[in-house]
Design a protein around this ligand. Structure first.
Ligand code: FMN
Length: 383
């Protein structure tokens, strides 16, 4: 069965990135490129249960979403939202929420950002002392509030500073340190391959590369050539490819074309939380899992909400609203119920709504998601 969920034309507040999920049978070619029976991916001493990981989406891929997706199977590493290193050490309430985790939320890396090396070093040590198992340095964030402090993608413009930062963090902790970055600041400064090579020499244990420049933001398509250049630049550490993977075939295609050791999926996992299970089935040579039943879909939705509720109480009702557009499409929720999800105010209301979603399953008129996942848009300097 083929289900296509296309996003509507983007508004000026939403990016033109293709927010769509395509679920289709895996082809024989896909299976060949899935490299059946390959050894597990290792990052430092960490052996990952899958080569397919959840890319961080700030505001979405927090503990409740990660656990709910892990329970569907097939997910390897997940990474927290980017956390301001200075705030983490001063134990700001918001940063503590961002690093909330549980035994069922492994393997997990915490992603930190700062333009200040000493803040990153202190945060890395703090995370090691508090039992976290992996540290990821953000060098890809395109947002002005991060870049203006010298953090995120801005670090890629200062190769010496970026290398000094990675070396300082690597030397401060025993934990594996990884870096997530873009291809470079813009197409005239494609610094990722050279930086990846240096970071490896300095002791970084893996690189995740989003195949766009900072200038591109979330527009255009991911450059598989750009990802391949990073893969070819390093000697032995794994490079995880990232960007625009929306299906099993996309994931295997990225691996085949770029040679990357694994793939990180962000928006594709929001659009289809079952994507990791499909990938796992394909890598094991099993037939593609059938489309989840309405009960399975709703139990995922309610589980995600309950985990949010455990963490945030009734405020979870506000937080779940932003998932309405794509859960509406993916779960086949009738449009008027999707609108009610956007205004949900209590756990009792949400559970009653889930019952109505079950009773009225099949009444949705359109498979089109009513909004895109928000990304910065317009001229970079205004982000
Ligand atoms: C809403 C949103 C939030 C994001 N937050 C982060 C973040 O906290 N850290 C990070 O490294 N990348 C972040 N990213 C980038 C994603 O991890 C990923 O690199 C990008 O979305 C491309 O992958 P995808 O097409 O699979 O989503 C974010 C992207 C979006 C759309």
């Amino acid at each position: 069965m083929t289900i296509l969920i296309h996003a509507e034309a983007p508004t000026d507040r939403l990016s033109a990135a293709a927010d769509r999920v395509e679920i289709r049978p895996t082809s024989a070619d896909d299976l060949v490129s899935a490299k059946l029976a390959e050894p597990p991916l290792q990052i430092g001493a960490r052996v990952l249960p899958s080569r397919y990981s959840l890319a961080p989406l700030a505001g979405y891929t927090q503990h409740p979403f990660r656990v709910a997706v892990r329970e569907l199977g097939g997910l390897g590493l997940a990474t927290t939202d980017l956390v301001q290193a200075g705030l983490l050490v001063s134990k700001g309430a918001r940063s503590q929420h961002l690093i909330a985790t549980s035994p069922g939320d492994q393997p997990l890396s915490v992603q930190i950002f700062s333009g200040k090396q000493d803040e990153l070093v202190k945060a890395a040590k703090w995370l090691e002392d508090h039992g976290y198992q992996g540290i990821d340095i953000n060098m890809g964030c395109p947002m002005a509030k991060v870049n203006s402090q010298g953090g995120g993608a801005r670090l890629m413009c200062d190769p010496n500073g970026a290398c000094a930062t990675v070396a300082a963090v690597v030397n401060a902790v025993e934990l594996p340190v990884t870096v997530k970055m873009r291809l470079g600041w813009d197409e005239t400064q494609l610094t990722a391959p050279a930086l990846a090579r240096e970071f490896e020499r300095l002791g970084a244990q893996a690189i995740t590369i989003h195949g766009r420049t900072r200038e591109q933001g979330f527009t255009g398509t991911v450059s598989l050539d750009g990802i391949r250049a990073v893969v070819e630049a390093v000697e032995r550490i794994p490079v995880i490819g990232n960007g625009d993977v929306r299906s099993v075939a996309d994931a295997f295609h990225m691996r085949k074309v770029t040679g990357c050791a694994g793939v990180a999926i962000g928006r594709g996992a929001m659009l289809d939380p079952w994507i990791f299970g499909r990938i796992e089935a394909a890598t094991r040579g099993l037939p593609p899992p059938s489309e989840p039943t309405i009960d399975e879909k709703l139990s995922f939705f309610v589980r995600h909400f309950r985990l949010k509720h455990e963490q945030h109480g009734e405020y979870a009702c506000i937080l779940i609203r932003k998932f309405a557009a794509w859960y509406g499409a993916r779960l086949g929720v009738p449009e008027d119920l999707e609108n009610r999800l956007r205004r949900i105010e209590s756990e009792a209301q949400l559970l009653a709504l889930a019952d109505e979603m079950r009773a009225r399953h099949g009444e949705r008129q359109s498979a089109i998601a009513t909004a895109l996942i928000k990304t910065p848009n317009g001229p970079n300097e205004l982000w």
